[in-house]
Design a protein around this ligand. Structure first.
Ligand code: GLN
Length: 189
């Protein structure tokens, strides 16, 4: 199984380590040719504004958008979720905009917005969740499945082939989400 990991900025190495340990082949995505033959895609955390600018500059935005719309399984965490969101609560500029939700950036405040908790997530069970200047999903359109909430805010959703998380599963020892993502990829191929 060949998984692409967007490697322009942010916490991509951690995803790569976990996916390799679960038996996947990983390719770091930095240019168009890297996208060839990938069967799943990870959009890591980091800084969504920077990642969005780089996606445009490198002409990766539209090809990735099309691959996701055509059904490529995608796991997006934190800034990755912001890249996927169709609407952003306080930004005019959206990026891939394939996931029909409205997401609020830095939703927990910029300074004190980092914390760890644990909560149940549909399909994977109770998991640790690390939030770092995290967004949450303010509202989700019909057809978007809410997988987890923390303090009544939506922090994990699934919409067809897209899995969007406002926290960082790659910064914990718990691999259930990555395994679930690989199962999504396997069931498509
Ligand atoms: N605050 C970042 C943003 O708006 C996301 C933080 C993260 O990915 N940990 O892009």
């Amino acid at each position: 199984m060949k998984i692409g990991i967007l490697a322009l900025q942010g916490a991509f190495i951690e995803h790569e380590k976990i996916l390799k340990s679960l038996g996947a082949d990983c390719v770091e995505i930095r240019q168009l040719s890297d996208l060839e033959g990938i069967q799943g895609l990870v959009l890591p955390g980091g800084e969504s504004t920077v990642q969005g600018q780089l996606l445009r500059k490198l002409n990766l935005l539209e090809p990735i958008q099309k691959m996701i719309s055509d059904g490529l399984p995608v796991l997006a965490t934190c800034a990755g979720l912001i890249l996927l969101s169709e609407h952003l609560e306080s930004d005019e500029t959206t990026h891939l905009a394939t996931l029909p939700v409205t997401t609020k950036r830095n939703a927990y405040g910029r300074q004190l917005g980092s914390f760890t908790t644990a909560a149940p997530m549909k399909y994977v069970g109770e998991i640790p969740m690390v939030f770092i200047r995290a967004p949450y999903i303010e509202s989700a359109d019909n057809g978007v499945e809410v997988l987890a909430t923390v303090d009544e805010h939506i922090v994990a959703v699934k919409y067809q082939n897209q899995l969007g998380l406002s926290f960082h599963p790659e910064l914990t020892e718990d691999n259930h989400i990555h395994q679930y993502f690989l199962d999504m990829v396997a069931s498509r191929i």
